[in-house]
Write a protein that binds this ligand. Structure first.
Ligand SMILES: *Cc1c(COP(=O)(O)O)cnc(C)c1O
Length: 398
């Protein structure tokens, strides 16, 4: 079912699903596979002549029915032409970038990107690719000024990891499209439930996901995905083939299963996330809550224009006089908010973050310590009680 006329929740339930392909069962099997057998030499030769390996099964690395089901569903939901699954979010990012860059190229990267993305972009210098970071509040004019004759690609994440700045994707993609610069957006925070960057203005050329987060949603799998337009798909898919990218059958299955309930889960993450964000903003010791879903946030207007929701992942900036011992005391006191990386699972998490160490000069210096909160499905009253104890430890820990 294509379902373009249906409402969003209906599309998430049925996108890419065809029970007749899988013996009538609602879900596809977990298809473990390396070897696929050809019927005859003619079929083998036909598959060798297919550079993107999207026809008959060739070899497990090029995809299985479980993977195709996940890729088709996500691609439809994101408004794309086709998708490529990879073994992690970071591998989706590195594959998408490597698909575009060549020695001598210059790329623009938003200063607010996920830190491992930044480290990868920095490492491209060894291949002769120069990465330049731009402030995430850059408008179309600023981006236009930054584009050089050798600028090949612009990579963005909106809102930014840990600091949550929202970018003007329609304006940025309009400039990049006109200047022949490809664009990639990391849409892990919003998921296609809350934002579809392929459809914002002229749209980005490629969307990348850490499906590890909300898409699978249960902290039990690592999975990445690259969603493409008709033009970007051959570029990305052939790079993924060259790089040997693939994902495990179990993780692909969990990704597809997670997609089916994504709008329901994100609805709850948003409801409790916004309530907890508002409550946190009123607590003693808090300088600011960084969540574009809150009125008054610097990114709120752009968020209202381009997003339909905000999941429960936000930043909390503490007052600048708190030192590391006080913040450590707060984090160690928490019982329900697990101290750990990642987000998007059913359980609440908190982690200290440090933009000052790597961001452009003048953007974060002088601001207070930052933590990132993921609001899971525990009772909201219990979560407030837990944080209240944490804030008490913060205030007495100075
Ligand atoms: C976690 C994350 C990634 C990396 O995903 P993995 O699946 O852990 O490799 C990339 N981008 C963003 C925004 C993330 O939060």
């Amino acid at each position: 079912m294509n379902g373009s006329a249906s409402s969003q929740e209906t599309r998430f339930v049925h996108a890419g699903s065809d029970p007749r392909r899988q013996g009538g069962y609602v879900n596809p099997p977990v298809h473990r596979a390396s070897t696929a057998l050809y019927q005859d030499v003619a079929e083998m030769e036909a598959s060798q002549a297919d550079p993107l390996k999207t026809g008959t099964p060739v070899y497990g690395r090029f995809g299985t029915p479980t993977g195709r089901a996940f890729e088709e569903a996500l691609s439809q939901l994101e408004g794309g032409h086709a998708a490529v699954a990879t073994c992690s979010g970071l591998s989706a990012i590195t594959t998408a970038i490597l698909a575009y860059v060549r020695a001598g190229d210059h790329i623009l990267v938003s200063d607010s990107v996920y830190l491992p993305t930044r480290k990868f972009c920095d490492s491209l210098a060894a291949l002769g690719v120069e990465s330049e970071y731009y402030r995430p509040d850059a408008d179309g004019t600023t981006i236009e000024e930054l584009i050089r004759p050798r600028t090949r690609l612009l990579y963005l994440e909106s809102p930014g990891s840990t600091t949550f700045e929202v970018q003007d994707i329609p304006a940025i993609t309009a400039v990049c499209r006109a200047r022949g610069v490809a664009t990639i957006a990391d849409n892990t925070w919003a998921t296609p439930v809350f934002c579809r960057p392929l459809e914002l203005g002229p749209g980005v050329d490629v969307v990348v996901h850490s499906a590890t987060k909300y898409l699978t949603g249960h902290a039990d799998s690592l999975l990445g995905a690259i969603v493409c337009t008709e033009e970007s798909y051959p570029v990305v898919r052939s790079a993924a083939i060259r790089l040997g990218q693939c994902a495990s059958a179990d993780d692909l299955y969990l990704g597809l299963r997670g997609l089916r309930t994504l709008p329901v889960r994100l609805g709850r993450h948003q409801e409790h996330g916004l309530e907890l964000a508002r409550w946190t903003a009123e607590q003693e010791g808090v300088a600011a809550v960084l969540n574009p879903g809150l009125p008054g946030d610097p990114g709120h207007d752009l968020w209202r224009r381009d997003f339909t929701g905000a999941p429960g992942l936000f930043g909390v900036e503490l007052e600048p006089h708190f030192g590391k011992p006080a913040v450590d005391a707060m984090l160690s006191r928490l019982q329900l908010f697990g101290l750990g990386h990642s987000y998007g699972g059913y359980e609440s998490l908190i982690v200290p973050t440090d933009p000052v160490s790597h961001r452009l000069p003048g953007t974060w210096a002088g601001r207070g310590p930052l933590v990132r909160v993921h609001v899971g499905f525990e009772d909201i009253g219990d979560l407030k009680k837990d944080l209240t104890a944490g804030f008490a430890a913060l205030l007495s820990g100075t």
